[in-house]
Design a protein around this ligand. Sequence first.
Ligand code: CU
Length: 88
Amino acid sequence: MSSTEATSIEYEVDGMSCSHCEAAIREGVLSTAGVKEVKVSAETGRMRVTGSVIDEAAVIAAVRNAGYDAKSAATSCCGHCADAQGKG
Ligand SMILES: [Cu+2]
């Protein structure tokens, strides 16, 4: 039995303003292959996607499809860096 290891990728999402935005994005990204869980926060402008195999480009495409823009926040070495960059 191979256990599926979950990967988690964080994104910065532009244009969210309320829970409707969150829901629209969550639904879109959840329909992307390999994605198991999506946590979106309009307050922080962040999204965390968890799944077995995550296609980053497909996730971003799904967000754009919903009418928003996303970019990976995983370009930095750790969460602290990502945080600092996100607030810049
Ligand atoms: Cu909204």
